[in-house]
Each structure stands twice: as structure tokens, then as C-alpha cells.
Design a protein around this ligand. Sequence first.
Ligand code: ASP
Length: 352
Amino acid sequence: MKNFIPCILLVLICFTCKNNEAYEAETKVEKPEFAIVIHGGAGTILKKNMTPEREAAYKAKLKEAISVGYEILKNGGSSLDAVEKTINVMEDSPLFNAGKGAVFTNAETNELDASIMDGKTLNAGASAGTTTVRNPINLARTVMEKSKHVMLSGKGAEIFAQEQGLEIVTSDYFFTENRFKSLKRVKEREAKKEGKIDTESAYLNFYDADIKDSKFGTVGCAALDKNGNLAAGTSTGGMTNKRWGRVGDAPIIGSGTYANNATCAVSSTGWGEYFIRAQVAHDISALMDYKGLSLQEAARLVIQEKVPNLGGDGGIVAVDKNGNMVAEFNTAGMYRATMNDKGELTIGIYEK
Ligand code: ASP
């Protein structure tokens, strides 16, 4: 009997340990080898305003785009390549406000902005206000890799693009009937409201609730590759009826795009003026870095509190160094998709 009790205790301890091991093995979440998440813009995207055909077209293009990046990552390619090539698919589609299909400026031109960031080196490239470069994200990457600068704008950026052999198009390449009609509608609304269009009313209108919804379709991508490198990129036509060389958040490193292997990679979409002031993309990374927040917690804080408290709206997609993906927005919808290393795809448009 003397030896019996310690024996029972030993058996019990062994049993508990074994059970714990089994429990841990069962619940241990495998870190994904790679991951990719994209957006095609956030805003008042409501099901009641969407036809089934249009919805299907968006879903098909999101799937096509993310699959391009997925294949690159699966085959051991870099997150930078995945981000660039995925964004190219959306830039080439008239469905999105980037590349072909970009919104029109007040002067009836298309002025495109883009940026890209490498989380491994913290190197970054951006271009703003270009009118002839077919794929602005390629220009952003070329600025990062082939120039001593981070951001080039306007004519100079176009000369650089030409010198680097990027594809140059005439400005009518970017024309789409839909976007042109949107500009006309916004201008009519503006004229009706103000009685006339002068610079002062134009400035006020820029912050008008009607106008802020004239910019859906910015595109962006964040990815983690098999080597643990994060990258993010964003490309846009900006805001319908923009004037005076207005530049939004998309080409601003830390606002529209940020990537850091120590934390996460983020691409933003939304009301650019507020995203610049809130430093959205870097803020999410900084909250993880300095405060130890998870990606989800950091994204929620910035998108559900910081940005709306300033008066802005929009969303982000992001992936952290462990492959956790997040799509956070405070608008009625955001075109978005995720794909993990098992090829499992999720696509979303509306809030729920
Ligand atoms: N953020 C872009 C801009 O302000 C527009 C958008 O994402 O919808 O230029």
C-alpha cells in the first residue's frame, strides 16, 4: 500500500503529460509557408446597386489576379514579384480604378499613382501623377530598384520610365466610358450645388460626401513568400475630378503602402487625405512593433477608430510575418480576396 499511492500518482502525471502533448499537437497551428491578400478598392459598395453579372465579373478578376501571385509564391518566387504581377492583372482590367479604367481628373486626363515596398530591406519606390506609363506599379518598382530615389512624379517620372524601357501608352489607353461618365456626373452635381464652378467651391467639394465616393477601385496587394519576406504595393487613379496635381495616399510610403519583415505588409484604399494624415499603413506596423498588438488588433484600431475619428473612411489588406491575413474596412464594402498556401481562396465584396 505504501508504494501504491506514489505509483498511482506517477501514472496520473504521465497520463496528463501525454494528453497535453496530444492536445498541443492537435491545436498547434502550422505557420503557412506563404500567403497573399488583395483589394480592389473600398467604398459604398452595396448589393442593391450591383447586378449579378457585374458581381461575377469582379469576383472572376479578383480570383484571376490573386491566382497569379499565388502561383509565383508557390513556386518559390518573391513576394515583390507576386505583388507586382498580381497588381498588373487589376491595372489591366477596366473594372478597377488603376491603370486602364482609372478615374478622370477635372481636366479630363488620367493621372496615376503607385507605390511598392520590400519588407526585407525597407526599400521602397513610388510614382505620382503619371499619364503615359501603362503599369504604374512597374514604374514604382523600377524607381525602387533602378534609381537613387523613392518617389518620382509627373513628366520626370515618365522620362525615367521611358529610359528604363517600361511600356508607354498614349493617354487614350486609360479611357473608359464609365469613368468618363462618372466625371461628367460629378461635375454636373458640383455645378448644380454651387451654381458655378470656381476654385473655392471646387476645393470645398473635394471634401463633399458625394465626391468622396467617386473613387472606387484602387488596387493593392500584400504578400509573404517562402523565404519569410513581406511586400506590399498599391496602384490607383486617385479621386474623380481631382485638380491641381492632387496626390493621394497610394504612392505615399507609410500611408498607402508599408512592408516590414519584422511586422507586416499593408496596402490601403480609401479617402486619401485622411489616410495620409493618419499614416495608416505604417501606423499598423508601428502598433505591432512598439505595442505588441496583433495584426488584427492594430488594423482594427487604425481603421475603426483612428481614421473615422478624423472623418475619413476606407480600408486595408495586410499580412503579417506569420502569414495571418486581414481585410479591415469601415465602408459598406471592399473588393477583397485572400489565398493561403493550400490554395484556399476567399473572396468578399460587402461588409457581411
Ligand atoms: N486612396 C485613393 C486616393 O485617395 C483612392 C481610393 O483608394 O479609393 O487617391
